[in-house]
Design a protein around this ligand. Structure first.
Ligand code: HAM
Length: 428
């Protein structure tokens, strides 16, 4: 086959059926769970003033290396969103909804990342944010919402990792201790860890390199530096997860890729995915972000779940039932007139899924297509039927059910009723 002139760009792909249908289902399951928990939807723009995203932290990969930023024709410096949280906080500062503001979202994000399985330059997230409450029960309820979503999808290999990063007040004291530890052991660290150490010592804790493991294992823990308030909030979140029977692992060295986090952070990993891309979702509290975006001093917390990776995890765990969304009726028209066209439109107007072949195919070719379509019923209109004021109805798939498929005439003006009757009887 000749190669098409254009291919999708690296890190992007066409999501076709059955995956597209699975994505629809996944978003619908999330939307339902979010609504049950009192969240309303936000659909923010996909691009914003680049400054909105720069506030995520200039030292983070997401901002320093991966931002799709450019100057538009009006001379504005803008960027495609790499995540939703910054836009949600910008929106809060702009629209000032009443607090606590609970909002959920679904849609694509853009990061100029190194493409590989489970890591794309355009990827979808579903997520939820709560702005205006620092009650640790909010953190627990957010985790519970994400957990419910995975449970409803039928995923069982998902692990919840939780940690706290304390408040900004205690962070510098901890970072000093961490930096001192890393510097004292710099000789034992990888080159990458040594260069990350100067910029963002927390990220060294995230190193997957084997040579860094002993130094990371001996590093001081933030939990030993928490203020009384932050320690009490951390206890309350764990007590909440226990009370709700949500299994979790405390991961004291869990570091998230974004810099805005305070207090609770969490990640969901799937053992069904490759270790490098096994995070199916993550989130946490970000009590300074709204103010950093010019809004009031309001705390916030939330999470985002990667739709593409969740889909891979669902595939690996084989949680999907039979795929496809076949039509109910296949119309086979062998006349030169508009009868086929009118019949499919009449069925569709009545809410019956209907399709047909085009290009004047032969009766045989059209019947073959009908058999392959997955439809329950074929409706045949030929010259004989037109002369008799009827349409022939044939149940498809009846051989598989042990019977012989027969054609029965149906009065033309009773077609919709008869089809509805047959569909309600069909064990589909
Ligand atoms: P994040 O950890 O950067 O957090 O992304 C959340 C999830 O999005 C990841 O766990 C992963 O499943 C998916 N994801 C991220 N990058 C890619 C990629 N290049 N390809 C495929 N999937 C990807 C956030 O985005 C925060 N906004 C979460 C949050 C909300 N924190 C508080 N509120």
């Amino acid at each position: 086959m000749a190669r098409a002139d254009f291919q999708t760009l690296p890190g992007t792909r066409d999501i076709l059926e059955p995956d597209a249908g699975r994505v629809r289902r996944l978003v619908a399951v999330f939307a339902e769970a979010a609504a049950e928990a009192g969240f309303g939807q936000i659909v923010p723009p996909m691009f914003e003033d680049v400054g909105v995203f720069v506030r995520l932290g200039e030292a983070t990969d997401v901002v320093a290396k991966e931002l799709y930023a450019f100057t538009d024709k009006g001379g504005r410096d803008i960027a495609l969103r790499p995540e939703f949280t910054a836009s949600v906080c910008r929106s809060f500062a702009q629209n000032r909804p009443t607090t606590p503001w609970k909002t959920w979202y679904a849609g694509p994000n853009f990061r100029y990342d190194k493409p590989q399985k489970g890591r794309y330059r355009q990827f979808d997230q579903v997520g939820a944010e709560v702005i205006g409450s620092d009650d640790p029960d909010v953190d627990t309820e957010l985790i519970a919402l994400a957990w419910r979503f995975y449970q409803r999808l039928g995923l069982s290999d998902v692990t919840l990792l939780v940690n706290t990063l304390g408040d900004f007040a205690e962070r510098p004291v901890y970072l000093d201790a961490l930096r001192a530890h890393l510097e004292a052991n710099a000789d034992a660290l990888s080159d990458q860890a040594r260069s990350t150490m100067a910029l963002n010592p927390l990220r060294v804790l995230d190193s997957k390199r084997r040579e860094d493991a002993p130094v990371v294992a001996g590093a001081p823990l933030i939990t030993d530096f928490l203020s009384d308030d932050a320690a009490a909030a951390w206890d309350r979140v764990q007590a909440g997860l226990d009370a709700l029977d949500i299994p979790y692992q405390v991961a004291p060295r869990l570091v998230r890729g974004l810099d805005y986090y305070t207090r609770t952070t969490f990640e969901f990993t799937s053992s069904a995915l490759d270790a490098a891309q096994n995070a199916v979702g993550g989130g946490g509290r970000y009590d300074g972000l709204v103010a950093a975006l010019g809004g009031p001093e309001e705390p916030g917390a939330g999470f985002a779940l990667g739709v593409d990776r969740t889909l891979l995890a669902c595939e690996a765990e084989a949680v999907f039932g039979p795929d496809g969304d076949p039509v109910d009726v296949w119309v086979v028209a062998t006349t030169a007139g508009t009868e086929g066209l009118q019949l499919v439109e009449e069925l569709r107007n009545a809410g019956i899924r209907a399709d047909r072949a085009y290009d004047g195919r032969s009766m045989k070719a059209q019947m073959k297509r009908a058999d392959r379509s997955g439809a329950a019923v074929a409706l045949i209109v030929g010259d004989d039927e037109i002369a008799a004021g009827t349409v022939s109805l044939k149940k498809l798939r009846s051989e598989a059910q042990g019977g012989q498929a027969t054609q029965v005439p149906v009065e033309r003006d009773r077609v919709v009723d008869r089809v509805n009757q047959v569909l309600s009887e069909s064990p589909l």
